[in-house]
Design a protein around this ligand. Structure first.
Ligand code: 7RM
Length: 534
């Protein structure tokens, strides 16, 4: 309330575009909700993004005000948010004012004519709701833009509007996470991604749910950090990503065993297909073999979860997101647009609108039509491959741009990855196709072994054979590169495009969204030496 009054005094009103560039502090949620109260649409830019990414987004939206903080605080180190924000604002002429939340009290540049401290802006402001009534909004008024990468270099500003979005996220949050009045719910995503928007801020807070927000990383000061938080706050619902679960697998179950996790009632997964081994590990070592695990499929564009089990209702199946949420009509189509029945595979589509669906791409209607509505008539094209099994359960196979074609056989990178991580010595694997004169494409696998073990030629053969046994000889990787880390975006998605560049000896493309840019150099060195050994 106080902060909404502060923004109001700074001239923010219905329709004023506001940028938010902050870390995982509760004030980020406060900033988002203060904008919403005033009817001002926001765009939250993940704190790990660069100044260039921030200014690109603010320019696209035409932001007039930016809310940031002095510094972020992550794994014992500071993140220079204000310094980056200043560099971004220098390239974003529409930004007139900058509000700075003091988090670390670090010495940061401050321009008195433009910048204002958060704590000074709220000083003396009223916290009476009557002093700042909610702006009445039309159901279809813009709530926020969230930028997400597509197939071009320019991120798309996904448009989410007010009523349908809130109905969608509140309903799915309630039913899928089986939220109780006294729940302590923890979504471990970053608030800068759609998962943070829908399932840290809007869904849970519409439902009045108490939530945990954690600023740090899972392994600082040690890998027991998450489990001690769960014990301390008696968290009953945990929602995270497969990549995080696999990291915990790599560190070993002993960290979780040190803590009392009996408060947990439900576990969720999102962001990428979860391999059955990680699913089972999650349920066994974190869920004490008691809790349902809900594998939830959705996208920035869908706004809300669309394919998921309902706990206590749906029969769970490790690796499958199971069934569409009630009211959602999902189907799998062949290339030519025929609906594929049980047992078949193809492209995931949505045949009926849903409340939280995107309303467009900001400023680019042509791209909106082209990306989602041009492949088939009147159905939404999700860009994911999927299979429906004999029980009608959906198996998500990853982005369709990640499908390989080896000697005319369609093989999903995810299928090969799942087979590799199914091997007891493998911690993580990423797979991509590279051009091959004989077979069209050949499969290249990048593998991280458990406990940081080094790869050997014996191990290489063992893994190729393992994949051969799991999927078939056709799916055996032509090359396996052992590497201590995989290149991931800061939201934890493996950057296969970069792996393809390495596999095909190309100059590396854009690496700016990588969490750790040094990883690819290491992989390049290993890939070259590995190929020589072959
Ligand atoms: C929520 C989020 C969307 C893409 C989507 C998929 C993949 C997400 C799952 C999944 C298999 C899941 N939004 N994806 N959830 N794949 N099973 N449960 O991640 O816009 O950042 O990404 O993520 O490929 O198209 S997102």
């Amino acid at each position: 309330m106080k902060f909404a009054n502060a923004l109001k005094e700074l001239g923010v009103k219905k329709g004023t575009p506001v940028g938010i560039y902050m870390g995982m502090v509760p004030e980020t949620a406060v900033a988002m909700l203060a904008c919403t109260r005033l009817g001002a649409p926001h765009t939250v830019v993940f704190g790990g993004f660069s100044a260039d990414s921030l200014s690109g987004r603010m320019n696209d939206m035409g932001c007039e005000l930016l809310i940031t903080q002095d510094e972020g605080w992550r794994a014992g180190k500071t993140v220079p948010l204000k310094v980056n924000a200043d560099a971004a604002v220098a390239d974003s002429p529409s930004v007139e004012r900058v509000v700075v939340y003091r988090r670390t009290d670090g010495d940061v540049p401050f321009d008195d004519s433009r910048d204002v401290w958060w704590h000074e802006a709220v000083e003396g402001k009223s916290d009476d709701p009557e002093s700042c009534p909610c702006e009445p909004m039309d159901a279809e008024d813009l709530l926020y833009l969230l930028y997400t990468s597509g197939t071009t270099a320019k991120p798309k500003g996904i448009v989410h509007t007010t009523a349908g979005y809130l109905v969608g996220v509140a309903t799915t949050h309630h039913y899928i996470f089986d939220v109780k009045p006294d729940s302590v719910y923890w979504c471990a995503a970053d608030v800068g991604w759609v998962t943070g928007h829908s399932y840290i801020v809007y869904g849970p807070l519409c439902n009045g749910t108490t939530g945990v927000m954690y600023e740090g990383v899972p392994n600082h000061p040690d890998p027991a950090r998450w489990w001690s938080i769960i014990e301390r706050y008696k968290v009953d619902i945990l929602y995270t990503a497969p990549t995080a679960i696999r990291s915990h697998m790599k560190w070993g179950p002993e960290w979780a065993q040190k803590h009392d996790l009996s408060s947990l009632r439900l576990l969720g997964s999102v962001g990428e297909p979860i391999n059955p081994e990680a699913w089972v590990w999650y349920r066994e070592h974190i869920g004490g073999d008691r809790t349902p695990v809900v594998d939830t499929w959705w996208q920035t564009e869908t706004g809300m979860i669309l394919i998921t089990p309902l706990p206590g209702v749906t029969t769970l199946k490790p690796g499958s997101a199971t069934k569409p949420f009630p009211g959602v009509e999902a189907a799998v189509f062949s290339e030519s647009g025929e609906e594929v029945g049980p047992g078949g595979g193809g492209y995931l589509v949505l045949e009926r609108p849903w409340p939280a669906m995107l309303r467009g791409i900001h400023g680019d209607d042509a791209r909106y039509r082209e990306t989602y509505w041009s492949k088939y008539d009147n159905v939404y094209f999700a860009g994911d491959g999927a299979r429906i099994d004999e029980d009608g359960d959906f198996w998500l196979l990853g982005r369709v741009d990640d499908v390989m074609n080896v000697s005319g056989h369609r093989i999903s990178t995810i299928e090969v990855e799942s087979a590799l991580v199914d091997h007891q010595k493998v911690a993580e694997a990423a797979v991509c196709g590279r051009k091959d004169d004989r077979t069209g494409q050949a499969i290249v696998a990048y593998v991280t072994l458990k406990g940081g073990a080094e790869g050997s030629l014996e191990m290489l053969e063992e893994l190729r054979n393992h994949v051969g046994t799991k999927i078939g000889p056709i799916a055996k990787p032509a090359n396996i590169v052992f590497t201590p880390e995989l290149p991931k975006t800061r939201s934890g998605k493996i950057m296969r495009r970069l792996l393809r560049d390495v596999a095909e000896n190309r100059e590396l493309g854009d690496t700016t969204t990588l969490a750790d840019p040094t990883v690819v150099e290491e992989i390049k060195t290993r890939a070259t030496s590995e190929t020589r050994e072959e």
